[in-house]
Design a protein around this ligand. Structure first.
Ligand code: FAD
Ligand code: AMP
Length: 478
């Protein structure tokens, strides 16, 4: 007999599992289909983010940072740490344990909320029927009142560097190295390339990042991107801009890459190469020809601002639809769709999705950049505060970077908060909360911030917008 559900979700990543839990909480009979198998061959929930994305990369970033600090950052505090060494398999195993705990946690949440897990591959047929092909190859049909597609994304392959997950790896392979490569090439200076390059650079690899575009971090505010480029270069990361990969050859466990830049044809040889040139939506064998759901010109599932597809009652969220490929964007879209199915009038504020790059220093921003606002003809006032002037940053010996607050010159409303420096992700979230409530720079400046905190840098940058910073000389006079 065909099982019937109010909501069937395809994919249990941050978009899908959050949508399923929310739908169940709202009293809807909900199933979620997932096929991803872990190394033991068991279905694991959590999608890219928990299994091979956000969480494992942050686990390795945190471990590698501790190692780097122990080696390079302790002496200034008077701490002697001789003979510090790294056991890479132990570090990678710790990462895998965290992943296991978290993916298991999602299973527990499904049980606690009454979400039915259907293990296997889901394919949407006409009339909101879904064919589920189990891991044993058997198929069953389920009938849904509403469908939420959250099939996510996977790494883009480029012909000049075919991934073998040994010498040439994608982001998934780069989380599994069992030793530190002496030399590491990274294709793509995007978020993933910079984060994974950082992990192995901190552990001692000589890292070269090859990036096709001339501009570094084009999505970030230019002042922040410039500071980032300066800092990463000082840290020893070699970033080759305007360099397009054209070919690679693997020989004797090494890879020689060819690329062209302003100086012509170049060649470099590495022990490992990470290909991190972006991600593409997963739609393979997902939609029957008569499902009615359409794709846009870039291959993403076409949706409107409320994540509705071209078929009534069928929605799509997360990396498989337009917009930032970020876990928190996927999850909030999942919540919005579940609430709309339950009859609520939920909306999502796409203007305030924070972006974070978890390098050291961290880079994070929310809202618009100074360049975007100028291009739109918006007159702005800008306040910056360097961590070099923060007592707390000095105490932590972590004084690189700054906070930048951009406000409308006429209304003083904050339109962008950009941070490079310690705890940038957490500081930007404070900006995002303020901006969601329509804060002005003056509002932020009038609030009481604990002393001594890194957050005071946000306070001071907000004060600097109108020439009122206390702990630096103001560029702008009142
Ligand atoms: P996914 O997480 O990709 O999940 C989709 C799921 O659907 C998968 O489990 C897949 O197996 C399943 N699926 C697909 N098709 C079917 C089908 N037909 N039937 C059944 N199941 C199916 N984002 C951040 O916000 N912060 C970070 O720090 C961050 N770090 C990252 C680091 C790395 C190395 C990578 C690769 C990504 C990172 N991301 C980060 C991005 C983040 O992982 C994604 O934006 C997020 O996972 C998208 O969620 P999703 O639910 O749309 O898709
Ligand atoms: P993101 O999309 O943020 O993950 O970043 C991927 C980066 O890879 C982008 O900055 C691209 O410009 C870069 N990229 C894509 N293809 C190539 C290539 N063939 N050689 C070098 N860089 C590339």
């Amino acid at each position: 007999m065909t099982q019937k559900f109010d909501v069937v979700v395809i994919g249990a990543g941050p978009g899908g599992y959050v949508a399923a839990i929310k739908a169940a909480q709202l009293g809807l009979k909900t199933a979620c289909i997932e096929k991803y198998q872990d190394k033991e061959g068991k279905v694991a929930l959590g999608g890219t983010c928990l299994n091979v994305g956000c969480i494992p990369s942050k686990a390795l970033l945190d471990s590698s940072w501790k190692y780097y600090e122990a080696k390079e950052g302790f002496a200034i505090h008077g701490i002697e740490a001789k003979g510090v060494s790294i056991d890479v398999p132990a570090m990678v195993a710790r990462k895998s344990n965290i992943v296991k705990n978290l993916t298991g946690g999602v299973s527990t949440l499904f049980k606690a909320n009454g979400v039915t897990l259907l293990e296997g591959h889901g394919k949407l047929l006409a009339g909101k029927q879904i064919e589920v092909t189990g891991l044993d190859g058997k198929t069953q049909l389920v009938q849904a009142e509403n469908v939420i597609i959250a099939s996510g994304s996977k790494p883009i392959d480029i012909p000049p560097a075919p991934v073998d997950q040994d010498v040439i790896v994608d982001s998934t392979g780069a989380l599994e190295f069992q030793s530190v490569p002496k030399s590491l090439g990274v294709i793509g200076a995007g978020v993933i390339g910079l984060e994974l390059g950082s992990v192995w650079a901190r552990l001692g690899a000589e890292v070269t990042v090859i990036e096709a575009q001339d501009k570094f971090l084009p999505a970030a505010d230019e002042q922040i991107a410039k500071e980032a480029m300066k800092t990463f270069t000082k840290q020893g990361l070699k970033i080759r801009l305007g360099a397009r990969l054209t070919a690679s050859e693997v020989k004797k466990k090494q890879v020689t890459v060819s690329f062209t830049d302003a100086d012509g044809e170049q060649k470099m040889t590495f022990d490992k190469l990470i290909v991190a040139v972006g991600r593409r939506p997963v739609t393979t064998d997902l939609l029957a020809a008569d499902s009615g759901v359409t794709l846009d010109e870039r291959g993403f599932i076409y949706v409107d601002d409320q994540c509705a597809t071209s078929v009534p009652g069928v929605y799509a969220v997360g990396d498989v639809v337009r917009g930032a490929m970020l876990a928190h964007k996927a999850s909030e879209e999942g919540v919005m769709v579940a609430e709309r199915i339950a009859g609520h009038k939920a909306q999502m504020n796409y203007d305030l999705i924070p972006s974070v790059i978890y390098t050291h220093p961290e880079i994070a921003w929310v809202g618009k950049t100074e360049q975007q606002l100028k291009a739109e003809g918006v007159a702005v006032n800008v306040g910056t505060f360097p961590f070099a002037a923060s007592g707390r940053a000095m105490a932590a010996n972590d004084t690189g970077g700054m906070v930048k607050v951009i406000a409308d010159a006429n209304t003083d409303r904050v339109l962008g908060v950009h941070v490079i420096g310690p705890s940038a992700a957490e500081l930007v979230q404070q900006g995002a909360i303020g901006m969601e409530f329509g804060t002005s720079a003056e509002d932020l400046g009038m609030m009481v911030f604990s002393h001594p905190t890194l957050s005071e840098a946000l306070h001071e940058a907000a004060l600097a917008v109108n020439g009122g910073a206390i702990h630096i000389a103001n560029r702008k006079k009142r």
